[in-house]
Design a protein. Structure first.
Length: 424
């Protein structure tokens, strides 16, 4: 049976005891396997936890589950070493859904107390499909080119739910060509919002990101970018306050790292459009709703009264997301969802809407590509425009009725065109 040895070296710097100074605490873990977000995966039924703290008179091993806010449990208290060189060891079977932080509080003579750094650990079952979902994990679309709504990932069924306050298992997905952002909780769809995205020259970057904070009434500092330098309204590095009409961020911004943001749209017609410089834009009420759902799920230290005050004033309010919320951004123009093929416009002209790609997508859904003539495939692709997508059931495609019964549908409530005011 594999064992995880966690070595917690606890000491103190700047404080002395009778025998001399002690070292600053450090923490190590071995052996470790893969990492899943912030979590170090433990592929073992039993962990051996070892604290190395020469001279300590008491060592407490502590564990805080990922789903417990502000609560931790005591694994064991040592008043004497169990081995040489100041080592305090124990074996622990945490269970298959184990996920959380482990650390040690160490007491030295003359009342010196030190806390080690913490290890974010999880069992293998907790970070794999079908196990408990870690706080900062996302759905199966991570590291794939597939839409989060694809039947390949969902099995053909997406369950919807109301947000459960205190259930930290949330993540966000975006499929750029569909102009949709979805908040998920524990594998279920909480709500999907319509969005605006980056212009062709400033596309919304595809891939996984982490939402690290929410700020109400944010200031804006124009970046050192040619589109800012060409502006006559602002200067690079200038601080634009929340109530300044030149501030394009609006009432809320959610930080995704690398200067990518989710923020307020300039106007309703931003939705369904290529309008920003690499950011996501949302309607004001939608953005408020998303932010408040994140706050509720994570039980963040922000009150309803504080949020309401921020909505009706320019008073800045900020909260850190720790651990971050995963945001998975995809670019999938050919999505089979619930047994229905949905085709979307290739808004960034990446050459993905080809006959070959569509044949491959349909073959994966059980359609005999040999019986699907090139003209039918081409006609389906040609019925997609910047304003409308095309949808038809897989059953109708198999029956040869795609052209006759397939329908166009609006991508969003607003036309998909370039434009929009200056800003993020």
């Amino acid at each position: 049976m594999a064992l995880l040895v966690v070595t917690l070296v606890a000491a103190s710097a700047g404080a002395c005891r009778r025998s001399g100074p002690v070292q600053e605490p450090i923490i190590e873990a071995a052996p470790l396997g893969q990492e899943a977000g912030q979590w170090k995966v433990v592929a073992a039924d039993t962990m051996k936890l070892t604290v190395t703290a020469p001279g300590a008179v008491e060592v407490k091993l502590l564990y805080k589950p990922a789903v417990a806010v502000g609560r931790h449990s005591e694994l064991k208290t040592f008043t004497a070493p169990t081995g040489g060189a100041g080592m305090f060891s124990m074996e622990w079977k945490p269970g298959p859904d184990f996920i959380g932080d482990v650390w040690a509080d160490v007491l030295y003579p003359i009342g010196v107390k030190k806390k080690t750094a913490s290890l974010s650990l999880a069992s293998e079952a907790a970070v794999t499909q079908g196990g408990a979902i870690p706080l900062d994990s996302i759905g199966a679309s991570l590291k794939t080119d597939e839409s989060e709504r694809s039947d390949k990932l969902t099995g053909g069924r997406i369950e919807q739910t109301s947000l459960a306050p205190g259930d930290h298992r949330i993540w966000i997905t975006v499929n750029v060509p569909t102009f949709r952002l979805t908040l998920w909780q524990n594998g279920k769809e909480v709500r999907t919002y319509q969005i605006g995205v980056g212009r062709r020259g400033f596309p919304l970057p595809v891939g996984e990101r982490k939402a690290t904070g929410i700020i109400w009434n944010p200031e804006w500092i124009p970046p050192d970018s040619p589109w800012v330098e060409e502006s006559e309204e602002v200067e690079v590095g200038e601080r634009i306050e929340a109530d300044d009409p030149r501030n394009p961020l609006g009432k809320v911004k959610i930080l995704l790292g690398g200067a990518v943001l989710i923020h307020e749209a300039a106007k309703p017609s931003d939705i369904g459009r290529l309008v920003s410089h690499g950011c996501v834009r949302m309607l004001t009420d939608d953005l408020f709703d998303l932010a408040e759902k994140i706050v509720a799920a994570r039980r963040l230290p922000v009150t309803k009264d504080q949020i309401e005050q921020a909505k009706t004033s320019t008073e800045r309010l900020a909260v850190k997301l720790d651990p971050p919320v995963w945001v998975d951004i995809n670019y999938d123009t050919q999505v089979i969802e619930g047994g229905v093929l949905r085709l979307y416009h290739d808004i960034y002209n990446r050459g993905v809407n080809t006959i070959e790609n569509l044949r491959a997508e349909l073959s994966g859904a059980g359609v005999d590509a040999a019986k699907l003539d090139k003209q039918t495939v081409q006609q389906m692709l040609e019925r997609v425009s910047r304003k409308e997508g095309f949808r038809v059931s897989i059953a109708d495609i198999k029956a040869g009725r795609a052209g006759a019964v397939g329908q166009q549908f609006p991508i969003t409530d607003h036309p998909v065109v370039d434009g929009g005011r200056m800003g993020r």
